[in-house]
Design a protein around this ligand. Structure first.
Ligand code: CS2
Ligand code: MG
Length: 405
């Protein structure tokens, strides 16, 4: 089965998405997600100019060899742009193989380890009371696990909080330049324990609570936060420290028993190797769209399982339904799957463009049995949602120092 064309679509149904369609001489096509929030057009260029010419005429069934050709065959390896481009090709090839075999992709991976996929939602607010009200609504909707993010008093635009929706960056689509936000670690560390104390007082210990620090602490600050939060029994504390220096997590691990999660910005297994081998973390947050696709995610899941580490794939609204479907097939198969981040997709416009096989029920995602990934993409409908350059925010300390956003 020969690849005869590769089409790349950049659309903005609520927010920017990049979609890859691989067409074959047998009339079967496959879809892949190439969305990299804030750097979409870099991935488009990589696909159009550097990947597409090499793949026309290749056998679409040769998933592994094509992955090695695109990864190992490129002298300049790794990186989010490269691996997101490779991921989209890889997802599309698995989609094609599933359609050709008339089987859902999870069957090609080895079948089901579970019938449904446990998820966690996002509760946000401009203060603790609003955040806890949102938590209560999500509990009523059936979520068993919820991430809490609350604006920090006195800090403009804290990560993950809804300022009447326009600032919830994943859904942002008209941000011509990066907005700047202020961060202050001391204010944050003095505030956030109260959020979880109040959450437990109001809702008890059953609901599983999570929190995303978004890489803003040093290892010893993260260790301090972990210790303070231990009584509130979090499911995990995410991205407490940036992980370019993986051994930073050694210092966090030595001081606290809070479960640690990291990895949404990792793009190859090498970004996580030390963390996994030393069991410095408990959950790995890598997901198909930014980690090179389904092919490497199988390897990462198996490697992590040797060290008691479980899968908790990244799943914000800036991963398209194709990327979420790829995660879902991996989650149904992976013996060491734990939890999937999922807050739904960015509104009705998105549903005009993507038809996906996922339904949310009682805090779990159900994956409809369809051949391949089970997603469809309406190119015609997508045309009217034109790409708008949009940036993620930039973060600075009060003295102007550029900080991790
Ligand atoms: C966040 C992401 O969902 C998460 O855990 O870290 O929403 C992240 O901020 C966005 O994907 C960035 O585009
Ligand atoms: Mg995160």
């Amino acid at each position: 089965m020969k690849i005869v064309d590769i089409k790349i679509y950049v659309n903005c149904p609520g927010r920017n998405f990049v979609t890859v369609k691989i067409e074959t001489d047998k009339g079967i096509y496959g879809l892949g997600d190439a969305t990299l929030n804030g750097r979409e057009m870099a991935v488009v260029a990589y696909l159009e100019e550097h990947i597409k010419p090499c793949l026309i005429g290749k056998d679409a069934h040769q998933i592994e060899d094509i992955w090695q050709y695109l990864y190992r065959g490129c002298y300049w390896r790794k990186g989010p742009v490269t691996m997101t481009a490779i991921a989209a090709i890889d997802m599309a090839l698995w989609d094609i193989k599933g359609k050709a075999a008339d089987l859902p992709v999870y069957q090609l991976l080895g079948g089901k380890s579970r019938e449904k996929i446990k998820v966690y939602g996002h509760a946000n607010g401009k203060n603790i009371e609003e955040t806890l009200d949102h938590l209560g609504r999500l509990i009523d909707e059936g979520y068993k696990a919820v991430r809490l993010q609350c604006a920090i008093p006195g800090l403009e635009g804290t990560y993950g909080t809804l300022a009447d929706k326009k600032d919830y960056y994943e859904l942002q689509s008209d941000r011509p330049l990066p907005p700047e936000q202020i961060w202050d670690t001391n204010t944050y560390l003095n505030f956030v324990p109260e959020l979880f104390k109040k959450a437990r007082e109001k809702y008890g210990m059953d609901v599983q609570l999570l929190h995303d620090v978004h890489s803003r602490l040093t290892p010893i600050e993260a260790a301090r936060l972990g210790k303070i939060l231990e009584p509130y029994n979090l499911f995990f504390l995410e991205d407490s420290v940036t992980a370019e220096n993986q051994s930073g997590y050694k210092y966090v691990r030595e001081h606290t028993t809070i479960p640690l999660a990291v990895g949404e910005i990792f793009n190859t297994i090498w970004d996580a190797k030390e963390l996994i081998e030393n069991q410095w973390i408990d959950y790995i947050r890598m997901a198909a769209t930014h980690a090179g696709g389904i092919t490497p995610m199988r390897r990462i899941a198996d490697f992590a399982s040797l060290y008691h580490i479980r899968m908790a794939p990244h799943g914000p609204p800036d991963i398209s339904p194709i990327g979420h479907a790829a995660n879902a097939h991996l989650n149904i198969w992976a013996p060491n799957f734990a939890i999937q981040e999922f807050i739904g997709f960015g509104g009705t416009t998105l549903n005009n463009v993507f038809k996906h096989p996922l339904t949310l029920e009682d805090g779990h995602l159900l994956l409809q049995d369809k051949p391949g990934l089970g997603v469809d993409f309406d190119e015609k409908a997508a045309e009217k949602y034109t790409y708008k350059r949009s940036y993620l925010p930039v973060s600075r300390l009060k003295d102007g120092t550029l900080w991790n956003w």
